[in-house]
Design a protein around this ligand. Sequence first.
Ligand code: PRP
Ligand code: URA
Length: 209
Amino acid sequence: MSTLHIVDHPMIQHKLTIMRDKHTTTKDFRELLNEISLLLGYEVTRDFPLEDCEVETPLQHYVGKMVSGKKVAIVPILRAGLGMVDGLLKLMPVAKVGHIGLYRDATTHNPVFYYCKLPKDIEQRFVIITDPMLATGGSACDAVEKVKSYGCTNIRIMCLVAAPEGIARVQREHPDVDIYTAALDDCLNENAYILPGLGDAGDRIFGTK
Ligand code: PRP
Ligand code: URA
């Protein structure tokens, strides 16, 4: 069964509340999303395996630890997932970045696929799918499906705000995929927007409305 990780550190809650405020500017919204993404990244990578690494400090020989194992691919769902990439890259500067393009149909709320470009060795990588909003879960499930079709087996979803409906759908369709979110919100409205939510994340990141 997939595990839900709610990463509600006080600094994250503080920043997220500013993001929810409809008066927050595009610039501030984007900056806060990057800051929270870096902080979420700590939890998403918490169980990464370590290996011994020998170094010479200025004073003596020392056996320290460094991250070992699979390399990472960050895979944002376009558009809004892009807003979480820079924060994760600050944490993992050598990660590769793939892109999956999906938009929600305004009437059915089902995701429509339009783009996919992934690192060519993605099946050997630890995949972090990013999208600030997990609403019905349709986009996240399609993105997971897509990376699985390339042979990926180690996949996590990192979002900012999740609805119970979206979490239930991911857990049903992809029980092997853990979800990391800064907040678990109440429900969806009749347009499948998250309540209380923060509105349309893509529009708020890119200033398109
Ligand atoms: C939003 C959001 C997610 C999706 C979540 O994208 O960024 O990708 O909706 O909804 P779901 O869980 O019900 O699938 P949108 O379709 O608005 O595209 P955009 O990011 O290009 O604005
Ligand atoms: N997509 C968004 O950007 N916001 C929501 O609340 C739901 C889907």
